[in-house]
Design a protein around this ligand. Structure first.
Ligand code: CAA
Length: 395
């Protein structure tokens, strides 16, 4: 039945849309990619062409096959060009309003009665998109993973209205035509993979934010200690920090669990336009050359782009971190001799006091800080009694 699907449309030609379109065209399907305008459509074509060239360079694809793949693709700036499609996969940014608008428009444009409207959303409810159309039974989540040509998984997500026939058709399409492996999820924010992955990425960001460990060490820890292909911060850079933040917000909206709340550092980086690979700056070096240097130096301290907030490297010129707020000025302890000089524990009262403090020579360390979670400063250093300072770190 899925073999019937020979004409596919993809809305959005960014990282994910271009990848989805590429795998469809490589599977022999007539593929139309729709972008917001002709310029963006051209950029989408360049993205696919670059990926095909890479496959040719790596000896995975014959030059003639790459040419044929591109010849099967049309890049357009008009949704109307999707009218004759049998399957349309929407892959635009994780913005509920934008997606809803596109589904309402597709419902009017796509002509075939049995055409399926799918979304590659990472976390938004499929039901909301289905209800924007008059065919909620033929609206389904088909969630690919980045890089799409490499990662073999597709999550198929069904809303309460999605028909079993629609599920069968997209499952057959993803496995039989695209050669992917399918897992199924109910319509809950994050589905299976992101519900597990995103809290892990957010924990890594909180860990870097608090100064618990450097970005480089966090990634190296998970790459070498747990054999992950890339550490959580490099992975967040790959996914796109704006996308990670959007998914976190959807998860938080749905479940109201603190572990899903996007940390302030993530939000600041998104506001600063430091989105990871797509903008060339994120937590880690993003060029291939920088990455190779990093890998070559495993076992020693790797050079990184953004170290957050590694106090010992504070102020190093040329670091992308320079674009971030200065992390630790407020963390520098004031060195003032206090008497007596022998350690002793005694409580102090101050606006920030939450427990007894240990005075060690000229420093005062709050005892409760040892019990703080890793996203809080490990040691809150204060000067003389009564002059306690708020926690430092990135803000
Ligand atoms: N397109 C096509 N092929 C690619 C590619 C791309 N963008 N990136 C890498 N590859 C291929 C390479 O050609 C290479 O293939 P061969 O070995 O057959 O030549 C292979 O993948 C390995 O690539 P590299 O040697 O260049 O680099 P690597 O070994 O570091 O692998 C990686 C890169 C494939 C990205 C790997 O690090 C990886 O799998 N990382 C984890 C990615 C991941 O977890 N993605 C899921 C993100 S979550 C998501 O997408 C869902 C969401 O909603 C947020």
């Amino acid at each position: 039945m899925s073999r019937n699907i020979t004409r596919v449309g993809v809305v959005g030609g960014g990282q994910m849309g271009a990848g989805i379109a590429e795998v469809c065209a490589r599977a022999g399907l007539d593929t139309v990619v729709c972008e917001v305008d002709a310029v963006a459509a051209r950029a989408a074509r360049d993205r696919v062409a670059a990926s095909l060239e890479r496959a040719v360079r790596r000896g995975k694809l014959a030059e003639s096959a790459a040419r044929d793949t591109l010849a099967r693709m049309v890049f357009t700036g008009s949704l109307d060009d999707l009218a004759d499609r049998q399957l349309v996969v929407e892959a635009v940014i994780e913005n509920p309003d934008a997606k809803t608008e596109i589904f309402a428009a597709l419902d009017k444009i796509v002509e075939a009665e049995d055409a399926i409207l799918a979304t590659n959303t990472s976390s938004l409810p499929i039901m909301r998109l289905g209800m924007a159309t008059g065919r909620a039974d033929r609206v389904v989540g088909v969630h690919f993973f980045n890089p799409v040509p490499v990662l073999p998984l597709v999550e198929v997500v069904t809303s309460l209205h999605t028909s079993p026939e629609t599920v069968d058709r997209v499952q057959d399409f993803a496995t039989g035509v695209l050669g992917k492996t399918v897992i199924h999820s109910r319509d809950r924010a994050g589905f299976v993979v992101n519900a597990l992955l995103i809290p892990y990425l957010l924990s890594a960001i909180r860990m870097a934010e608090s100064g618990f460990a450097t970005a480089a060490d966090i990634d190296t820890g998970m790459e070498l200690g747990c054999a992950h292909p890339m550490g959580p911060l490099r992975l967040a850079d790959l996914i796109g920090l704006d996308t990670v933040a959007s998914i976190a917000e959807s998860l938080y909206d749905e479940f109201r669990e603190p572990l899903y709340a996007p940390p302030p550092l993530l939000q600041r980086m998104v506001e600063a336009g430091l989105l990871g690979r797509k903008t060339g700056r994120g937590f880690q070096p993003t060029t291939r050359a920088e990455d190779l240097v990093r890998r070559g130096l495993r076992g020693t301290r790797p050079p990184t782009g953004v170290r957050v907030p590694a106090r010992r490297h504070r102020g190093r010129a040329g670091s992308a971190r320079a674009a971030l707020p200065a992390p630790s000025r407020t963390r520098t302890p004031q060195v003032r001799p206090v008497a007596p000089r022998t350690p002793q524990v005694r409580p102090v009262a101050s606006a920030h006091a939450s427990g007894p403090v240990l005075r060690v020579r000229h420093l005062t360390i709050r005892m409760t800080d040892a019990l703080l979670p890793f996203d809080a400063p490990r040691r809150r250093l204060v000067g003389a009694a009564g002059s306690s300072r708020p926690p430092g770190g990135m803000s």
